[in-house]
Design a protein. Structure first.
Length: 87
């Protein structure tokens, strides 16, 4: 069970994802450092593919790509706001 749920997520060709959580918070996660590791992430190096194939998991539990690469809403929240909530 996640503490946070995603209501919307938009992947961009620059390897960022703009995420809106159910509490109204909006954050941007940069996936390029993860993709640069290679391996499983290699197909996501194509920015257009990265943007076109990402989907939000059922119930807003996270985001995923066809390679079964998925990240939970909670993890993404921590990455978007590493120092806690803004403001």
């Amino acid at each position: 069970m996640n503490l946070f749920e995603i209501t919307a997520a938009v992947a961009h060709p620059d390897h960022t994802v703009t995420i809106t959580w159910t509490d109204g918070m909006i954050g941007v996660v940069d996936f390029l450092p993860i993709i640069d590791r290679g391996g499983w992430f290699t197909p996501l190096r194509d920015g257009d593919y990265f943007a076109a194939t990402m989907v939000v998991l059922p119930g807003g539990a996270g985001v995923t790509w066809p390679e079964e690469i998925d990240y939970s809403a909670d993890f993404l929240r921590l990455v978007a706001f590493p120092d806690g909530l803004p403001g």
